[in-house]
Design a protein around this ligand. Structure first.
Ligand code: ATP
Ligand code: MG
Length: 458
């Protein structure tokens, strides 16, 4: 279990949550921090060769034109702890129009958060203008309503750092001098492997409850502990996730599922109350948090084991589709809903009706593709067919040619890995599938004709 899950007995309550704390680090800096001055240290932990050449090009052009520009966010955090960054983001004092004017390959995107994407062959450098505290009149109108709906007020580097979510995500790397600028105490927290919001966690999570899921993502991915005040605020504000845009919420949930640490992340989501808000059907299926019912505990254990199998698959390089992930989440939920309706052996139509009730609201709210929804309903249903030996009435060639077959077999394989039973069945299907790939269009047409004839007779 990742270190970051141990909230009950392993937390840090010794430090205040003010972004202005954490400057007590040894003065290895080139410039001593004073009021409104960042802590500045040489970026010794970072190999200059690990920096992205296109991002460096963007920064050097902006600086030559008299603007301030730094590498920011996840790339600085990852480089500091020896991980390979997913992407390189730039923050600058230049406004989007000025950036756009300097780069013919730049495109302005985003409404809630406007930025310029600078396109290079193969990848994009996102270049955002420094933000400041948003104007309250464009956001929540009541004093107690902090939810940010738009974040396009420009500011200074310091204001920008203070608007970011977690201290370890608030560091700036100035590549021209190869130094780190720390306005938020991120260096200390990186060293302590601690995830902490910048500023008051109650305010920062109320502004954007999706930060709760982001905290879980970073803590589980990096193996960081969540600071106590941040964790308490996560518990308090979890219900507020219902106010965030469902597509954003679902995007984070799918990221967690694909992270390779979905088990830790989902355990944490459940513990802080986020799972009950974002996937209520799954949370209910697992019973109350401290249930003493063996049946509920068994249902919960099945979910955990399936997520564990999913993690192992992702860690081996698997790239699960949205439909497969939804099927992983809802297979048992739909099975149980069928049982509760007295459908021991549901037909395809009966199954689809029950699955629609469970899966469709999630997919519709999150604006996922209809195609994902249809497959997410079909994939769990096909599990029975996979468990059944081929016979005269069941023509595996057609089944294997169906759109959802591969995902159905992937779910079957994950379930097999979770329970440790049924590998012979998986092997059998893999062999059959290999052989079926060689089937000609004519053979498939014959199978289809036979199947139609049999259906007519019935
Ligand atoms: P990853 O490695 O997953 O890309 P990241 O830290 O780069 O992690 P992004 O979602 O790419 O995360 O965002 C880039 C940076 O923008 C973050 O590091 C953080 O500083 C800031 N940021 C992103 N989302 C938010 C948010 N909801 N609230 C405040 N700051 C945010
Ligand atoms: Mg990123």
């Amino acid at each position: 279990m990742p270190r970051s899950n141990d909230h009950d007995d392993d937390h840090d309550s010794s430090r205040a949550t003010s972004p202005r704390r954490g400057r007590g680090r040894a003065q290895t800096s080139q410039a001593a921090p004073s009021k409104n001055q960042p802590l500045v240290v040489r970026a010794e932990a970072i190999d200059p060769a690990a920096l992205d050449q296109d991002a460096l090009r963007v920064i050097s052009r902006l600086v030559r034109q008299g603007h301030e520009a730094y590498l920011v966010g996840g790339c600085v955090r990852d480089l500091m702890i020896g991980r390979k960054p997913k992407d390189f983001d730039v923050a600058t004092s230049a406004n989007p129009r000025q950036v756009k004017r300097l780069f013919r390959n730049g495109r302005v995107i985003g409404r809630r958060f406007r930025l310029v994407q600078i396109h290079y062959s193969g990848h994009i450098i996102e270049t955002a203008t420094f933000r400041r505290e948003p104007d309250p009149t464009t956001n929540g109108s009541a004093l107690d309503d902090l939810l940010i709906v738009e974040d396009n007020d420009y500011g200074t580097a310091e204001e920008d750092a203070l608007r970011r979510d977690f201290t370890v995500n608030g560091l700036f790397l100035d590549p021209t001098e190869h130094r780190i600028l720390d306005y938020v105490g991120g260096l200390d927290d990186l060293e302590a492997r601690l995830l902490r919001t910048i500023g008051d966690p109650l305010v920062r999570l109320a502004e954007d409850p999706v930060r709760i899921l982001r905290a879980i993502k970073f803590a589980t991915r990096l193996g960081f502990r969540i600071e106590e005040g941040t964790w308490e605020a996560m518990r308090q504000h979890a219900p507020e996730l219902a106010r965030s845009a469902p597509p954003r919420v679902m995007e984070e949930v799918l990221r967690l599922l694909r992270s390779g640490s979905a088990l830790g992340a989902f355990r944490m989501m459940r513990k802080c109350g986020a799972l009950a808000v974002v996937l209520p059907a799954l949370d209910e299926h697992m019973g109350p948090l401290e249930s003493s019912s063996p049946e509920e505990n068994e249902r919960k254990e099945r979910v955990w084991r399936l997520l564990e199998a999913l993690d192992a698959d992702v860690q081996r390089g698997g790239q699960p589709s949205n439909a497969l992930l939804l099927a992983v989440l809802f297979h048992d939920v739909v099975e149980r809903a069928c049982e509760l309706e007295g459908l021991e052996n549901p037909t395809g139509v009966e199954w689809t009706e029950v699955a629609c009730d469970v899966i469709d609201p999630v997919v519709t709210e999150a604006r996922l593709a209809r195609r994902d929804c249809v497959r997410a309903r079909a994939v769990p249903f096909q599990q029975r067919r996979l468990a059944q030996a081929p016979n005269r009435r069941f023509r595996p060639l057609l089944f294997m040619a169906s759109e959802e077959f591969e995902e159905a077999l992937q779910l079957f394989r994950l379930r097999t890995a979770a329970w440790g039973q049924g590998w012979d069945v998986v092997e059998g299907w893999l062999e059959r599938f290999e052989a079926a790939k060689a089937a000609t269009a004519e053979e498939l047409a014959v199978e289809r004709r036979r199947s139609r004839r049999r259906r007519r007779k019935r």
